[in-house]
Structure formats: structure tokens, C-alpha cells
Design a protein around this ligand. Sequence first.
Ligand SMILES: [Zn+2]
Length: 101
Amino acid sequence: MSRTREIAAAAEAAGKHFNGRDGFANAGLKNLYVCIGESMGVGADSSSGCGQAMWTIDREPGVTPFLAKCRHCGGYAQSKAYRVPQDTAADFEWYRPDGRA
Ligand SMILES: [Zn+2]
């Protein structure tokens, strides 16, 4: 199976799962990822990172990462799990791969 078809199949499977009865209505929600640097896990906080943050918006239902790569220092940026003001502009979007890579 080609990589494109693999991605399309995974997206279709994810769509069936997350649009179903066990879905999380995250589409349209804003989230904040704050850099925690190179350390991660219990006790990690933004004081050990570079201080940068990125605002995101979920465009479709589905899973988004808890940790993302900090675009400033390459460390870990940790999700605030949507416990942030929703009226803030987002810098990045999370969307489901559609196989058009
Ligand atoms: Zn950073």
C-alpha cells in the first residue's frame, strides 16, 4: 500500500471512530501549547522551557498531540488541554490528513 493510500485509510478509520458515539467534540476548540524544554513528564512546567507558546485550533474531530515540538527551541511544548480562553486567535490548525500529500 502506498503511503498516500495508507494515510487515506487511516484518516477514514479515524473519521469513523471519532465521529461516532465515543467522539470528543473538539472541532473548533482553541488550545495552547507552552514550551517545557527538553524535560517532560510529571513535574515538567513552562519554567524549564524557552517561554514560547503557540495557539492552535482543532478544525476537525479527532486526536491532537499532548506534546508538540517547540518551533523556537526544538524542545517539548505541552498542551493546556483546552483550559484556555477560547476567544484568542490561533497560530496553527490541527486537521485530519486527507491523503493529498
Ligand atoms: Zn521552546
